[in-house]
Structures are given as C-alpha cells and as structure tokens.
Design a protein around this ligand. Sequence first.
Ligand code: UD1
Length: 464
Amino acid sequence: MEDRPINHSLSQTETPSLPEEDKSVLQIWGRTPLHGHVKISGAKNSALAIMAGALLCPQDCRLRNVPSLVDVKRMSQILLALGVKLERKGDILDIDARHLEQSKAPYELVSQLRASFFVIGPVLARLGVARVPLPGGCAIGARPVDLHVRGLQAMGAEVQIDHGMVHAYVGGSGSKKLKGAKIYLDCPSVGATETLMMAATLAEGETTLENAAQEPEVVDLANFCRAMGARIRGAGTNTIIISGVPSLHSVDYSIIPDRIEAGTFLVAGAITNSELSLSPVVPDHLTAVIAKLHEIGSRVITEEPNCLRIVPGRIRAADIETLPYPGFPTDMQAQFMALLAQSEGDSVITETVFENRLRHVAELNRMGADIRVKGNNAIIRGVPRLSGAPVVATDLRASAALVLAGLAAEGKTSIQGLHHLDRGYDNLEVKLRQLGARLQRVQDEAEVGQVSADPSKVTALQPE
Ligand code: UD1
C-alpha cells in the first residue's frame, strides 16, 4: 500500500459538524458487565457488492442473510431507480433485474453511499452504458475511483467525467461488449476489484486482475457470481482470472457473516471484561483481529466451527498497523483504539489504508483517553479508566468505537451522529441490550434534559 499524506483537519477540541436533522442521541451508562450470546448478521460490505452484482442477472436473484441497515436501504433505492424490482422479507431480499433499463444512477443516493458507485461495472456490462455520479460515503479521505475508471477503460470503455458524473460506454467499435484485459491495480482496492470483476463476467474473453483485493467480501461476490454461472478463478488471492460468459442465470445465495460486526463484539467483551459468545462467524476471516486480541490479553476460543467465545483478560498495550486483508482491517482500527485507550502501557496504531481515519481520537480524548496524533500514527498512553462524556461520531466505525468506549466508561456517555452507526450495524442497540448493556436512544437530549441518570426514565426508541 502506497503512503498517502495524512490530513488531520480537526484539532482535539473541535466538534465535528452534524447534519441538521440528525438530533438523536445514544445514551450509555457504562461499567455494566455483559454476558450471553450475540447473533452476527450478514456482512454489510458483501451485501452491498452482491446487490450490485445482481444487476448482471436477467433473472430472479434471492439473497439470504441480508443485514437490516440504512446502507442496504440506500442501495435498494438505487436499484429501484435503475428499474429493478425488489422485495424484502426478513433477511431475504429478492431482486429481479430483468428490466434493468436505466443506465443513470441518481446523485442524491450515490452521494450518500460509496459502495453504490460499484453499480457502474454491472450496468455497463449489461447495457453498454452507465452514468454514475462520483460517490460519497464516510468522510475518511479523498477515496478516489481512478482504479475503477482505468480498469473499465482497459476493457474498452470510453469514460468521461464531467460535472461530478462518470459517463462510461462501450460500442465505439460496433459491439456493446467489454473486452477482457490484463489489469494491474496500483493498490488492492476492494471496490475496484469488485467493480472490475463484475464487469468482466459478461466481457468478451479473459480478464486478469493483478494485485487484486483478497478480502472475504470479494470472495463472497465471486462465489455469488459463480453461482449465477460466471467463470472466476483465484478470488481470495492477488490474481483473479475471469472468463467472460454470454449471460448469467437465477441464483439463491446466502451472504457471509459480518467479520467487522463480529470483531466489534469481541472488543465489546474485552473492553467490558465480559465473557461473550458469538455466531455465526467464519473464524478464518478474523485471524488478524483474534491475534491482536490474544496479544492484548484476551483469549478467543473457537467453540464450534462457526462460534467464537471471548474470555477477557488484563488489557495490555500493543501496536497495530492497518493493512489490506489478510492484514489487520482498517474497519477495526477505531474499535481497537477504544480498547487500547484503557491498556496498561503505550501503544501505536498506524493507519495505512485511509488518509483521514483518526478523527475519533479527539472524541476518545474527551472521554479521558490520552491519545496524540502524529502523521498517520495515533500514540496511545493507556489510562486506567475512561469517563462518560458527550461525543460525536465522525464515521461509521468511529461510532462503534465510541459505543465501546461508553460501555467501559464511568458514568454516562451521550453519542451524537448516529446516522453513521445506523449505516452499518444491524440492531446494535438491541443486541447490546440483550447482553445486559444499559443504553437508550433518545430523539434529542435537550428534550429529555440532564436528569436521565436512570435509563428507565428515558423514552426508548428502537433502532430501525
Ligand atoms: C471497502 C469497504 C470499506 C473498507 C475498505 C478497505 C465496502 C463497501 N467498503 O471500501 O469498509 O474500509 O474497503 O478495506 O466494501 N483508492 C484509490 N483509487 C481507487 C480506489 C481506492 O486510490 O480507485 C484508495 C482509497 O482512497 C483508499 C484505498 O485505496 O485509500 C483503499 O480503498 P478501497 O479498498 O477501494 O476501499 P473501498 O472499496 O472504498
């Protein structure tokens, strides 16, 4: 992974701005021991990519184990806007893209969700034309899409970017089909690997993706495409070879468990000194996370092939560097920072994947943590105990880190910016409450006043 300049735009006392309408607050009363079992939902990042992948198929697709998330709803709205029919019952999502005819994804939706840009690959492969606005998503750096664009160009697409819209089309030479190509990715981008793999399934000839991302969600997408008749080899390694086929067929497919949600609950056990079990999980997807938890002092035991138990211990300091899979995931960096904030000793966390993903430091410091940022390093001096405070979530995983810190802190923590949390955690509050945590979501803390030392006196809103 190449080095990127790090931009720390917030000082430790600045408060990140909140969208006007997002007034709800999650109040957590910390230092309550947790116990019991957590059911892990389907993987957000798999579900979003696979929903895009369903656009490749001119027949019915049934997806199972689809998590209930705002991001999934937004992706559903994008598919609807493209002319696709969708039906959701529980965790099953039926997608019928036989009438995919719209090639333009709406700006208002794509700007809220980076993963929605990934529809450019399948829409282009099916229709020969795709118009997708430059994406949004978490505020964690520039997050360009140059690798997606260059890969599509290598496959014969004409691509122009103007007024924030990416226009891609094939057909200059008569055929509306993309052509297989040998593509080297400058860095193993998850999204670019997925976009190009999807595009290549219906291309003429063979495509080789080198320096491809190896994340389990890439493998899940490849397995989904293969179940529809695509010919893909090597997913899960750094070289993926796709032999184009004329068309794909109907499928019934179950999404893998969310390794980041599982990792977050493992940290919840470690940070609250609580023994927890979780399933279903694929322990192999969590190797780097489990290794770090062992180093820090917890034991993680595989009880059945798909069930893990965390047995917490004293929290020791450890250094962490985020890396593409199978390295330590950037999506677990903030949660481990919350844990290490209370360790015995000094730790350094180095963020190498995204350029602006340490904004939670200021919020953790509000809770009594002692963390300094230098370049892309966070230098953490462990403190014996965090203390509850009003804080603001700055991105999706930062919001999870603040929840974890709140569970461990003395007193009450009030978290704003919950739209980030709702993007990526399926019923987090319900799941935590079932484990014994004391937490409530209120519409506007000012309305319930500061008398809410007892959560039973606060109106609870169920997360949607
Ligand atoms: C995906 C995940 C996200 C995770 C990330 C890294 C989804 C929906 N999201 O995001 O949760 O944190 O992988 O594991 O699956 N880059 C470029 N040019 C490109 C594409 C990426 O320079 O064209 C850079 C990015 O700015 C970033 C790095 O590559 O610094 C990694 O990004 P990438 O792997 O593409 O992340 P996403 O697919 O956006």
